[in-house]
Design a binder for this molecule. Structure first.
Ligand SMILES: *Cc1c(COP(=O)(O)O)cnc(C)c1O
Length: 232
């Protein structure tokens, strides 16, 4: 199947999940995660009107940003090192993976330097997996509170990477807990904190994530096919 056909299939499933959940489809942004895939595959999707793409490496994001049309929205979804913030600050439309105050401070500093406001999400390790980045559910509210004081960033919501599971139902509680956390934080009414974005759900579980309130799903394999890290 072509990349366009695969994209349309995923888009259809997104719509159906919205319907099941009684949510308008415009509420969910499908981010095509193009990491490790060539610019040519991204170009195939542009005629469909697809503009939201996700990358997890700074160098790859900036190289593709350079090579491709400027109206593409590049979502930085991977772990970000502080010394690399300066390369993505004016390229990414949103940073999904803020997991420390020090990283947020660096983003703030660079954003102010560039006279822009960067939308950011706080990455939460809901499942408490040791191999994953992200703050714990318990740490998240105080991190948000501290981050909210920084200029040049706007805290839009939360992001999580759920565990790899065979049955997506196993992750339903993870998504539900992230949503609960976002409601808890919203009720604290911190200035400069919006909390209307929930970035959750990947190829294996995005439909369940939408049923549980995802506003942004990040789908790679389901659109572009398996990744081959050996040919990079
Ligand atoms: C790679 C990646 C995805 C997409 O994963 P698939 O299972 O291929 O859909 C989503 N989110 C993040 C943070 C990723 O690194």
């Amino acid at each position: 199947m072509s990349v366009c056909d695969q994209y349309r299939r995923v888009e259809e499933k997104v719509k159906n999940a919205c319907k099941r959940a009684g949510r308008p489809p415009e509420e969910v942004t499908l981010i095509a995660v193009s990491k490790t895939k060539p610019a040519s595959m991204i170009e195939e999707l542009l005629p469909l009107g697809v503009r939201d793409f996700g990358e997890n490496k700074v160098q790859e994001l900036t190289a593709k940003e350079e090579a491709l049309p400027k109206d593409i929205r590049w979502h930085m979804i991977g772990h970000l090192q502080r010394n690399k913030v300066k390369y993505v600050i004016d390229k990414a439309c949103m940073i999904h993976s803020v997991d420390s105050l020090r990283l947020a401070q660096e983003i703030s500093k660079e954003a102010v330097k560039h006279d822009l406001v960067m939308p950011v999400l706080v990455e939460v390790n809901v499942a408490g997996e040791e191999s994953k980045f992200g703050v714990s559910v318990e740490e998240a509210p105080s991190l948000v509170e501290e981050m909210a004081k920084l200029p040049g960033i706007q805290i839009k919501g939360l992001m999580t990477i759920a565990p790899y599971v065979e049955d997506p139902e196993e992750n339903r509680n993870i998504f539900r807990n992230l949503r609960k956390l976002s409601v808890d934080i919203r009720e604290k009414n911190f200035d400069n904190v919006i909390m209307d974005v929930l970035s959750m759900g990947m190829t294996g579980d995005y439909e369940v994530a939408i049923e549980e309130g995802a506003t942004h799903v990040r789908v790679g394999t389901g659109i572009f096919g398996e990744r081959n890290y050996n040919i990079e």
